[in-house]
Design a protein around this ligand. Structure first.
Ligand SMILES: NC(=O)c1ccc[n+]([C@@H]2O[C@H](COP(=O)([O-])OP(=O)(O)OC[C@H]3O[C@@H](n4cnc5c(N)ncnc54)[C@H](O)[C@@H]3O)[C@@H](O)[C@H]2O)c1
Ligand SMILES: CC(C)=CCC/C(C)=C/C=C/C(C)=C/C=C/C(C)=C/C=C/C=C(C)/C=C/C=C(C)/C=C/C=C(\C)CCC=C(C)C
Length: 604
């Protein structure tokens, strides 16, 4: 894997990455092996030596292609969706090339360094890192390429600091403890008249989770697997089929009457789905509301950004290639891929073109870019299938985020602080731009992220790109400053008194920053339904109507979230491997299944 600011070292222990003049982090993994990886500063201003490393790496790939190499699969983008796909595919012997536009892998799960601190670009809240069951998808994806990471258990998922009401004059404060019973007791102590409703709603979430956690999670659009799972575990499959078209809000309203508690459930959903409970698929709610207690929230030692680094290392050790600073400008297609007759005019993806004009060929192309970037940028307009036009009607872009990475003196973070916090002062503003404030203090879990005597406070709040467009340089800088001041003031009021005095460094990112560095149109966090959806029924799986072109990541089933995109990676790898004849398949059943799914999506 090539990254700017890093050079490859051969050591007796294998290959490791060392950043130029920066510390190399070395972590003992629980397995007793030593996983070493660097934390290079992902600054696009590369030195000539790192630029040389990148050029050499790319030239190696280009040379192979010029000799007629056809990869089994080219993955466009190295977010957690793309990397998980690549990891599962190389583990089955496929020849996979991952091309990443940015200078390090990871996308939203990336990192950057300043002032001796390692900052998570996105959220620091990691699901899917447990040790048991089948839903610990990050653990399992790493395992498939022979990797294991040390993680730090978080005693709670979130500390909510919510609006005051007559019943809760000092504000509704709820801690989502790691132990389920402790959380239910805490919530029921705030709403004693609703204990039964609380237990029933979260009880249904457990039904979903237990069903998911009993399946071998793979592609739902591969019929041999799907029927196999139905045969092995009919009850779990029927339970999932029952909840698949449902939303969390409808289930909550069946059991709960108290409007303040229903607002709390809205916030429970909004803070990871960016929509209220009425529009949040019940399957995803079941996954999130139970994995936090079952596997727990676990922070990877060294930062979230180490996950993609370690996974990319594993992919390469299994024979794949991960090339950074490789911007795919076009997905190459040919007509007639269907093999004559009516099918003969079908469009087929055959490779990609990089922004310097280099063409690379593959049997499958897997796009980890958002659907907006894939079908409005990378695929020629005339090749865009009707099913994608329909997707753009069913789903719209969620807002992006304003983020402030703040380094503070330690006094401000007291013993009673939790890592993850949500702040809201007025229920009516829950979904507004700059309404809900998300706060992570990852140094509570892993002090090694900052120099001794410092904490990192990462505050972020949703906002739209429009409110950051058309500003002069000065206006943009002033607006960033003003918004950061406002966030700090809210945090001081909510749970970090004295914060403004304790700031030693801060860096503010806007939707424009996210658009630029994450390469996501308008910096969007992911797709959200345009109208009330039928649960997950409208969310497309990984195959597209362009033959041999797949999508993976949060524009595919089951949507946003790091273990959601990890699932989409498991599913995408399985479907693509079957199409490449590296997993079992049945052509006739495949066709029937595609028809059924197209019909079901037509209902939404
Ligand atoms: N803590 C968390 O829960 C957490 C943290 C990070 C991410 N996430 C989730 O991950 C989801 C996003 O993951 P994802 O895998 O779908 O996508 P992603 O946006 O994270 O990664 C996509 C990658 O593709 C690259 N890319 C885009 N266009 C490209 C092109 N033309 N050429 C080469 N590379 C290109 C981008 O640079 C990016 O690295 C989000 O919904 C978010 O919920 C969650
Ligand atoms: C096909 C038919 C008709 C029937 C089949 C039935 C069947 C077998 C169905 C199976 C369904 C399956 C397998 C579904 C799988 C679903 C999965 C794996 C869903 C996973 C969802 C995970 C989610 C949504 C995770 C989200 C996590 C997020 C977004 C975390 C980020 C959090 C933040 C950004 C908040 C940060 C907060 C603070 C406070 C700082």
């Amino acid at each position: 894997m090539a990254v700017v600011g890093a050079s490859k070292l051969r050591t007796s222990g294998g290959t490791r990455w060392q950043s130029r003049g920066r510390r190399v982090q070395c972590h003992a993994s629980p397995s007793g092996t030593t996983a070493e990886s660097s934390s290079p500063s992902p600054s696009p201003s590369s030195s000539s030596s790192s630029a040389r490393t990148l050029r050499a790496r790319r030239e190696e790939v280009v040379l192979e292609s010029s000799k007629g190499k056809v990869w089994d699969a080219i993955v466009v983008g190295s977010g957690m969706g793309g990397l998980t796909t690549a990891a599962k595919m190389v583990a089955k012997g496929a020849d996979v090339l991952v091309l990443e536009k940015y200078v390090i892998p990871g996308g939203s799960a990336g990192y950057y360094q300043r002032e001796g601190c390692t900052f998570d670009v996105g959220s620091s809240m990691m699901f899917g890192f447990g040790t048991e069951g089948t839903t610990n998808l990050l653990t399992r994806a790493l395992e498939s390429v022979g990797k294991k990471m040390e993680t730090i258990p978080d005693p709670a998922q979130i500390h909510y600091h919510l609006p005051s009401s007559r019943a809760h004059p000092d504000g509704l404060k709820v801690v989502v403890h790691r132990r389920y019973e402790e959380f239910v007791d805490e919530l029921a102590s705030k709403f004693p008249h609703e204990r039964e409703g609380i237990e029933k709603f979260y009880g249904d979430c457990w039904t979903v989770f237990d069903a998911l956690n009993s399946l071998d999670l793979k592609s739902l659009e591969e019929p041999l697997y799907l029927f196999g799972e139905f045969f092995k575990n009919p009850v779990a499959c029927l339970q999932l089929a029952y909840f698949l078209p449902q939303n969390a809000g409808d289930i909550a309203r069946k059991y709960i009457q108290d409007e303040e508690l229903l607002s709390f459930i809205d916030m429970e959903c909004y803070c990871w789905s960016t929509v209220k409970a009425a529009v949040t698929p019940m399957i995803n709610a079941g996954m999130v509301f139970c994995d936090r207690h079952y596997g727990g929230i676990n922070y990877p030692r060294g930062g979230v950004g180490r996950i993609p680094l370690v996974m990319a290392e594993g992919i390469e050790e299994k024979g794949g290639k991960v090339v950074c600073a490789a911007n795919v400008s076009r997905i190459l297609t040919e007509r007639g891929g269907g093999g004559g007759g009516e099918e003969g005019s079908k469009v087929k993806a055959v490779g990609v073109e990089l922004s310097d004009g280099t063409r690379l060929r593959s049997r499958a192309v897997i796009s980890n870019a958002t659907r907006w970037d894939t079908f409005k940028q990378l695929v020629e307009e005339g090749d865009v299938p009707q099913s994608e036009v329909d997707f753009f009607k069913r789903y719209k872009k969620s807002p992006s985020f304003i983020t402030a990475h703040i380094v503070v003196e330690p006094s401000v973070v007291t013993e009673s602080c939790y890592c993850h916090n949500i702040v809201l002062e007025d229920w009516a503003k829950l979904e507004d731009g700059r309404g809900t404030l998300f706060v992570s203090i990852p140094t509570i879990l892993d002090p090694s992220l900052a120099p001794e005597g410092r904490h990192i406070v990462h505050a972020f709040t949703p906002d739209w790109i429009d409110s950051w467009s058309g500003l002069s340089k000065e206006e943009y800088a002033e607006k960033k400053e003003a918004v950061a001041r406002e966030m700090i003031a809210r945090l001081e009021e909510a749970f970090l008194p004295g914060l403004s005095e304790a700031v030693v460094f801060k860096e503010v990112g806007t939707p424009r920053t996210h658009m630029k560095f994450l390469n996501r149109q308008d910096g969007t966090y992911g797709p959200i339904p345009s109208k009330r959806p039928l649960g997950l029924l409208g969310m497309p799986f990984n195959r597209t109507d362009v033959e041999s072109l797949y999508c993976v990541g949060d524009s595919t089933f089951p949507g946003q979230g790091v273990n959601a995109v990890a699932f989409s990676g498991f599913a995408c790898a399985h479907r693509a491997l079957a199409d490449l004849d590296l997993e079992p398949r049945n052509e006739v059943m495949d066709r029937g299944m595609q028809g059924l799914f197209a019909f079901l999506r037509g209902l939404v």
